[in-house]
Design a protein around this ligand. Structure first.
Ligand SMILES: C[S@@+](CC[C@H](N)C(=O)[O-])C[C@H]1O[C@@H](n2cnc3c(N)ncnc32)[C@H](O)[C@@H]1O
Length: 293
């Protein structure tokens, strides 16, 4: 265990052991406002709800509720990955949990795989990819900006309680890094992924998957055109994910008034041999439109 892991512990939510000095926890008030803190013997948490001594929580089971002097009930829970990602310090905009889940599903990221992702940004997607590949897989995160790379490292190592053996973080341009590496999956959350298509074609073997995460329609149009034009990708398809919560209270059951609606489009493509190397033809519609051109 590294020094950081010793002074800072993250246990799975649902771990039967009582909460310990040094553990990362979420404090939740009655209006579902959450704070992420590390329990420290002798320390006090101050908030709108009043002061709360950490010692009142250390040694308690997860889920314990204690009142503050202002009478606000505070529940203590171990953080889920979602809690952590929504509360961790960020520089770059993070991939939200609804999209993380779909990225893992659509890119078919599985235990034992090697995944290259860029940019690392705040490390939110990195955490989801590390969980998906498991201890026998590996994630290489590439980030162009030193400051964002530092954010990603801090967040990933904080949630993983120290250095992560199967994770490599490289500062550089992913287009260059991909040309010198191999991967089962390439996941790109950066504004101009078309510059990395050649690199992704090099890194992926036929059958491998490239997935891009882009917020705007012009970007989706450009990556789609570039992938088809490259000639070594097929099954280029785009989707977005809308998750709507529901308020369920007795007989009053209705969709929540608010939702995180548009975040970004996911465009997924399969690496294949080029047509000359025996790969598939363009889909009929595309062949027809290029004939008109
Ligand atoms: C939206 S953020 C990524 C957020 C990250 N996926 C997360 O969930 O925390 C985009 C990042 O891509 C980085 N970036 C942009 N172009 C890049 C490139 N060609 N190679 C590597 N990183 C790049 C940016 O510096 C920025 O940090």
């Amino acid at each position: 265990m590294s020094d950081q892991a010793q002074e800072h512990l993250v246990r799975f939510p649902g771990d039967p052991r009582p909460l310990e000095d040094g553990e990362l926890v979420v404090l939740r008030d009655e209006r579902a406002r959450r704070s992420l803190i590390t329990l420290r013997a002798g320390a006090t948490w101050h908030s709108h709800a009043g002061a709360l001594e950490h010692d009142r929580l250390i040694g308690s089971p997860e889920g314990t509720s204690v009142p503050t002097p202002k009478g606000v009930e505070i529940v203590v829970l171990r953080p889920t990955r979602e809690d952590f990602v929504l509360k961790m310090k960020r520089g770059a905009q993070v991939v939200y949990p609804k999209d993380q889940a779909m990225i893992v599903a659509l890119a078919d990221v599985r235990p034992g795989m090697r995944v290259v992702e860029a940019g690392a940004g705040s490390g939110a997607l990195t955490l989801a990819l590390l969980d998906a590949v498991g201890p026998d897989g590996a994630v290489l995160s590439v980030e162009r900006r030193e400051d964002h790379a530092a954010d990603a490292r801090r967040n990933v190592e904080r949630f993983r309680s120290g250095s992560v053996e199967n994770w490599t973080l490289e500062v550089g341009d992913v287009a260059d890094v991909l040309r010198t590496t191999a991967a089962h999956r390439v996941v790109l959350d950066l504004p101009e992924p078309w510059h990395a298509i050649e690199g992704a074609a090099h890194a992926l073997s036929p059958g491998g998957i490239l997935l891009t995460y882009l917020p705007s329609v012009p970007q989706v149009m450009q990556i789609t055109e570039a992938l088809w034009a490259h000639g070594s990708f097929t099954d280029v398809a785009t989707s977005e994910t809308l998750v709507r919560g529901w308020d369920v209270d007795g007989m009053a059951v209705r969709p929540a008034h608010r939702m995180v609606a548009h975040t970004a489009f996911l465009t997924r493509a399969r690496r294949v041999p080029s047509r000359e190397e025996g790969g598939p033809p363009l889909p009929r519609k595309r062949r027809a439109s290029s004939a008109v051109d």
